[in-house]
Design a binder for this molecule. Structure first.
Ligand code: NG6
Ligand code: CA
Length: 515
């Protein structure tokens, strides 16, 4: 408010002065209307957080006061979606405004090359056009390097080559090597005398592995997650060297939050975009001991508490710096929830009555709603009024909507799946999208208003059974009316052949063309 009054006062002053004859040396502080519409943008991107995992979305067994505060005072969307039921394609879509399947985006290994190549426009490069300073802190999982990455040299291309001014990364996932931080182009704290080697095909170096030394493990891991042991946890992939650079999972909350706060402080005087991407609540779940027992659900719940603490610290910083009324915060998740995802950490056993997916069926990897329907909150005090919105919204639309907000024109062929839904994201309208494709492991389903159509095919990922998630992978078509049947239990495809054909055609139109 104070800032707005100051801007209004300086505008009045400049208008008054512009009527006078001014000598050359009188400098008048001018703040244009456009500048006023360039709020800082902070996206909190949580990993594997389910629709039902926040207090404001009905969680039991865990409390999330910091996030509930922005949910209660901002827009709490009930029908917000990531583009996919897994991480890499969702992140790809958030940053490019395009479906992951258009670029064959799949869950990446830890040594995969950069999926978004230099030259491709991103949310970061678009905001840079509007004068923003851009940073990404946290999980990346969009690949780094050119296909033969040397972790001991300059690691590029990466975020800095696609529009970010600063990056501090967990390169892939917590369960994949290399288990080191990468700041801008380099591994943090690397001793060149102890170079890093990463191999996803076979063992390198002499660090113990989960398959050779299971007695060293803090918790049992499945055969995919039982390779090099770091910090008592076996990971996907093998890694040698880099001892001085190894992360400690329990420090993530502190390290990433501090880096985010440093970025905000350094850029507080100009518009900034911070993509604050979390490891929590992905596996391995190793929250700091200060969060132990803070939920009734074991480490998965404690990781949610940690994630809420991290979020609260950043929000507090924004407020303490006096930036709250000039900062748009978007809080959401990359895909739906999963309990067992490779490590036996008692997430299933300690769940109690808590429903990670809320009233929806499925979860991470699933074709059903909970694959992509995730907590989605927009908060901008003074501009966004408190609202619960049932509009169908997609993270892909953040690109075109923010472009509209900051006055950047999106050229033809850029962010092709991103629709300008600014009015919906600001709560001025509750008319969201009509159609939205939901991607899951390369398959697509269609949301059309309250209908959900899942075209039948024979793809059935074998691992989904082990995850104990209803996958929705069926050979026959499925059609659900979510108004009547929110849990997708009553398949009405057989009784509605015209709708099925109409939706099949619509999917083809979108996948082969655009919305
Ligand atoms: C999968 C891993 C899973 C998790 C996921 C990535 C299986 C069998 N294994 O390959 O444990 O690491 O990749 O998660 O599913 S994500 O949230 O980054 O997409
Ligand atoms: Ca994820």
């Amino acid at each position: 408010m104070i800032k707005k009054q100051l801007i209004a006062a300086s505008l009045a002053l400049s208008t008054a002065l512009s009527g006078c004859s001014q000598s050359e040396d009188v400098t008048v502080p001018t703040v244009t209307h456009e500048e006023n519409k360039k709020p800082n943008v902070v996206i909190f991107y949580i990993d594997d957080l389910g629709w039902g995992d926040l207090g404001s979305y009905g969680a039991t067994g865990v409390e999330t006061p910091a996030i509930d505060r922005i949910a209660d005072n901002g827009i709490r969307f009930t029908d917000g979606h990531s583009s996919a039921a897994t991480c890499t394609p969702s992140r790809y879509s958030l940053l490019t405004g395009e479906h992951g399947f258009r670029s064959q985006a799949k869950i990446l290994k830890g040594d995969a090359p950069a999926l978004i190549q230099p030259g491709k426009a991103t949310l970061a490069s678009m905001l840079k056009k509007a004068g923003y300073t851009t940073g990404v802190v946290g999980k990346w999982h969009l690949g780094l390097g050119d296909g033969n990455v040397d972790w001991n040299a300059d690691i590029k291309p990466g975020p800095l080559e696609i529009g970010f001014d600063y990056s501090f990364l967990l390169p892939a996932t917590g369960d994949r090597v290399p288990t080191v931080y990468v700041e801008n182009h380099n591994v943090v704290n690397l001793d060149q005398a102890d170079p890093i080697q990463v191999n996803y095909r076979g063992k390198v170096g002499d660090r113990p592995t989960g398959y050779e030394n299971p007695e060293l493990l803090r918790f049992w891991a499945d055969p995919q997650h039982n390779e090099t042991i770091v910090n008592g946890v076996s990971r996907i992939g093998h890694m040698a060297g880099g001892e001085s650079a190894l992360w400690k999972d329990e420090d993530f909350a502190q390290v990433f939050t501090d880096k985010a706060i440093e970025f905000i402080r350094a850029n507080k005087d100009n518009p900034f975009f911070l993509f604050k991407s979390y490891h929590d609540i992905h596996v391995p779940r190793l929250p700091h001991p200060q969060f132990e027992g803070k939920s009734t659900m074991g480490v998965r719940g404690d990781a949610i508490v940690q994630m809420d603490w991290m979020t609260g610290r950043v929000i507090d910083e924004i407020e303490n710096l006096g930036l709250a009324e000039n900062t748009l915060i978007i809080f959401t998740s990359d895909n739906g929830p999963v309990l067992f995802d490779g490590y036996r950490d008692s997430a299933i056993e300690l769940l109690g009555e808590h429903k990670p997916a809320g009233p929806f069926s499925g979860g991470k990897y699933s074709r059903l709603e909970a694959g992509t329907r995730v907590p989605t909150i927009a908060y901008w005090p003074g501009t966004i009024k408190p609202l619960v919105s049932d509009a169908l919204v997609s993270q892909m639309d953040i690109y075109a909507s923010l472009a509209k907000l900051v006055g950047v024109e999106v050229p033809e062929g850029e962010a092709v799946d991103s629709l300008d839904q600014l009015a919906v994201w600001l709560g001025e309208s509750t008319e969201g999208r009509t159609d939205l494709l939901e991607e899951s492991l390369g398959n697509v389903a269609l949301r059309h208003h309250n209908y959900k159509f899942i075209p039948g095919n024979d793809s059935k990922p074998r691992f989904i059974k082990a995850k104990k998630i209803r996958g929705g992978y069926q050979s026959d078509d499925q059609l659900y009316d979510l108004d009547q049947d929110i849990g997708e239990h009553n398949n009405i495809a057989a009784e509605n052949p015209e709708l099925v054909e109409q939706f099949r055609t619509r999917i083809a139109e979108i996948t082969q063309g655009s919305y």
